[in-house]
Ligand binder design. Structure first.
Ligand code: NAD
Length: 344
């Protein structure tokens, strides 16, 4: 084993997960970065392999490596097991979900998009404090859900967002909330942001705030008015998919879950069951997540080489998968990225 090899957990995941993970590993191999992968399962493949959507072996692997690259994990809608993604974020206190979106392919509906969503990842409505109240013969007559946002959790995430934005030379942070209606649940997030800004950041970066529904509309009309958006769990999940749509779709949007005990890198998209096994998935989102992982591991040169190879493959070679109106299969696109990395 080379001395600079980086121990990391690898979760191929469900649906298109194994296809895009294999593609990403080929690109990482071509870069010559040596990861010592510990392959583990989760989600529906965890149930199949170990009878558990989050097997103890997967948890102990991440506890050891504190670093993971993860394919998407299937979660049944309605009933069934609780999301393994949410459980991983809780287990390793991955409180910050960083989701950058940049235009990589010019000529789409929007040019020059460069936005980052920093999403609170452990609190809000995703805590899943939910239950039904039966009435007469209807066991689901009433559905109840309790969201929880704490001062400490909001402050921790907001500090991460401010420090990230300043370190990256960003100009403005926009706090997205619904404090006009959910006055306590999202009011605490806005109030904490305003207090933190006045005490610590007002001389270092601009800050404003916007109500989430107006934000969704403004993103479509004029996305360039935003820079870094910081928000609570549910709003961040929805807005980051919307923003992925501005840069060509979910195949282009990476994400990092950063926390006290570990960091897990993944695509924003899910397991795409409609195209799984067809060899047509776009691996760019996961490759860009791997570039974020390289930055996290203090390998910025390799991270830039990977981003550069992806951009040249898309734009100079014109090799694109079907979601970008190209004809390349996942394997063809991956071969083109690998040859760009090797020829750089
Ligand atoms: P999805 O993101 O899997 O798919 C939405 C649409 O985008 C589909 O048409 C799909 O084909 C397309 N798409 C997604 N990724 C693509 C790619 N790389 N290349 C080309 N096209 C791509 O969302 P969904 O269908 O709502 O969810 C499917 C499953 O994924 C669900 O079980 C959901 O819970 C899970 N999910 C997991 C994660 C995660 O692991 N982080 C995130 C979101 C959804």
């Amino acid at each position: 084993m080379p001395t600079d090899s980086i121990p990391a957990t690898l979760i191929p995941g469900d649906g298109i997960g194994p296809e895009i993970v294999a593609a990403t590993l080929e690109a990482l191999d071509a870069l010559g970065v040596s990861f010592e992968w510990d392959v583990q399962s989760a989600g529906a493949s965890g149930v199949r392999a170990a009878g558990d959507p989050l097997p103890p072996a997967t948890l102990s692997s991440i506890r050891r490596t504190r670093l993971a690259l993860k394919g998407p994990l299937e979660t049944p809608s309605g009933g069934g097991y609780r999301s393994s993604n949410v459980r991983l974020r809780e287990e390793f206190k991955l409180y910050a979900n960083l989701r950058p979106s940049r235009t990589l392919v010019p000529g789409g509906r929007y040019e020059d998009i460069d936005l980052v969503v920093v999403r609170e990842n452990n609190e809000g409505l995703y805590m899943g404090y939910e239950h039904f109240i039966p009435i007469d013969d209807d066991p689901h007559a009433v559905a109840m859900s309790t969201g929880v946002n704490t001062r400490q959790g909001s402050r921790r995430l907001l500090e991460f967002a401010f420090e990230y934005a300043i370190a990256k030379g960003r100009k403005k942070i926009t706090v997205v909330h619904k404090a006009n209606i959910l006055k306590a649940l999202t009011g605490i997030f806005l109030e904490t942001a305003q207090d933190l800004y006045q005490r610590k950041y007002r001389d270092r970066i601009a800050m404003d705030d916007v109500i989430v529904d107006a934000c969704a509309m403004k993103l479509v009309l004029d996305p360039w008015q935003f820079d870094v958006l910081v928000t609570t769990n549910l709003f961040g999940d929805i807005l980051s998919d919307e923003i992925a749509g501005l840069v060509g779709g979910l195949g282009m949007a990476p994400g990092a879950n950063i926390g006290l005990d570990a960091a897990i890198f993944e695509a924003v998209h899910g397991s795409a069951p409609d195209i799984a096994g067809k060899g047509v998935a776009n691996p760019v989102a996961l490759m860009l997540a791997a570039a974020m992982m390289l930055d996290h591991c203090k390998r910025p040169v390799e991270a830039s080489r990977l981003r550069d190879a992806i951009s040249k493959t898309l734009n100079v070679d014109g090799v694109r998968t079907g979601d970008l109106r190209g004809r390349a299969s996942t394997a063809e696109f991956t071969r083109a990225v690998v040859s760009r990395i090797r020829s750089a």
